[in-house]
Design a protein around this ligand. Structure first.
Ligand SMILES: NC(=O)c1ccc[n+]([C@@H]2O[C@H](COP(=O)([O-])OP(=O)(O)OC[C@H]3O[C@@H](n4cnc5c(N)ncnc54)[C@H](OP(=O)(O)O)[C@@H]3O)[C@@H](O)[C@H]2O)c1
Length: 345
């Protein structure tokens, strides 16, 4: 029988504001063995998503509704890995999979966790399964094509435009023939959006006045706002929506660290006068349509028509660093971590 050491990051304390490295503790233990109906995954790549902040919970009580994790348990993540042992009829050793795992070398799962386990589509690079072909991609794809009800010629604005979800949503909207304006936090991100992703304009909120710039770029208002901010930017967009304008509520990264959360948008009544709509987008609801998305998106990735922008850190030791840098806005594209343990250590 193979003896495997499982290096893991467990939760040491709950953040009270910004996440700090001391919120996590490094432990080394023997790897678990799968029980009946379970399989053992050797993790190869981790995805980072601001929503993981919720899993760290508030105060001493984890929020079970959002997958809160008890102190001492391994930090949750969506990961890509290889099945190395299986007592599950649907998965065999050698299968490359993606799904809900932990910040550790080896995870035992029954494949039915918060995010179910899938095989990586044939012809896909493993990291794509965490980006355009993962939950990140599901949100961007169905958010633009369905929730936003986007139509060619409309003006589409999005925040966190150069992140994992944003970098894809921006390209989908542009590909559909919309005029796309991205809001983001650095000159390098703006440059990538306009020069690589090919959108029409980008606004650096750290150096520019968003409202003033938007008035210059789109004096008659906007049709769709894809929101990853949830704060003052949402308020600014509400007052610029044209008749029948839509807001897609995807995320609210700055709010995730605030306890208690700040008051909601004050301009929401603007929706009344324009017959506007603000709609929540939950990626998990679209999981049953995963194959449908893959059939469209995989060829786009393979041909290079859709750019998969990835920001990769190396090594399990760097998992807390990757999470912290995403909350500092340091990632350009999808924040990933490639693990470093050889198989069967
Ligand atoms: N609804 C769903 O089912 C679902 C699923 C997945 C993700 N999401 C949400 O989608 C959003 C984007 O997720 P992602 O994984 O693609 O992350 P991401 O955009 O790659 O990374 C987070 C970005 O948020 C911005 N940010 C970080 N801290 C901030 C702060 N304090 N104030 C303002 N901006 C800050 C930074 O971008 P800038 O430099 O551009 O500001 C940072 O790069 C998140 O809110 C996430 O929770 C929703």
């Amino acid at each position: 029988m193979v003896k495997r050491t499982n290096r893991r990051w467990v939760i040491a304390s709950r953040p009270t504001g910004d996440i700090v490295p001391e919120n996590f503790r490094w432990v080394e233990e023997p790897a678990p063995t799968p029980g009946e109906g379970q399989f053992l995954v050797h993790n190869l790549w981790f995805s980072f998503d601001p929503t993981q902040r919720y899993m760290l919970g508030w105060g001493n009580v984890p929020d079970s509704e959002s997958g809160g994790i008890p102190i001492g348990d391994v930090m949750s993540t969506i990961a890509v890995g290889e099945v190395v042992e299986s007592r599950h009829p649907g998965f065999q050793p050698g299968d490359l999979v993606h799904g809900h795992m932990g910040w550790e070398d080896y995870t035992v799962t029954d494949g039915q966790a918060f995010t179910p386990t899938f095989r990586i589509p044939k012809g896909a690079s493993p990291s794509w399964a965490l980006g355009a072909l993962g939950i990140t991609g599901i949100v961007a794809y169905f958010g633009v094509y369905e929730t936003a009800r986007a139509k060619p010629g409309e003006t589409f604005v999005l925040s966190s435009a150069a992140g994992g979800v944003g970098s894809l949503a921006a390209q989908y909207a542009k590909g559909l023939g919309l005029r796309v304006i991205g809001i983001t936090g650095s000159a390098a991100k703006c440059q990538w959006l306009t020069e690589e992703a090919g959108i029409d304009a980008a606004i650096n909120y750290r150096t520019e006045d968003i409202g003033k710039r938007l008035t210059e770029l789109s004096p008659d208002g906007i049709d769709i706002y894809f929101d990853n901010d949830g704060g003052s930017v949402l308020d600014l967009m509400l007052e610029r929506l044209r008749p029948n304008g839509r807001v897609v509520l995807c995320g609210a990264t700055p709010r995730y660290r605030a306890n208690p959360p700040p008051a909601g948008p004050s301009n929401y009544l603007a929706l009344v006068m324009i017959n506007g709509r603000m709609e929540g987008l939950l990626g998990r609801d679209f999981i049953p349509r995963y194959d449908e998305m893959v059939r469209v998106v995989l060829p786009m990735l393979q041909s290079g028509r859709l750019k998969s922008k990835e920001d990769v850190l190396e090594g399990l030791r760097n998992a807390p660093t990757a999470m912290i840098r995403q909350f500092r806005g340091e990632n350009l594209g999808k924040q990933l971590l490639r693990l470093d343990a050889p198989l069967s250590t």
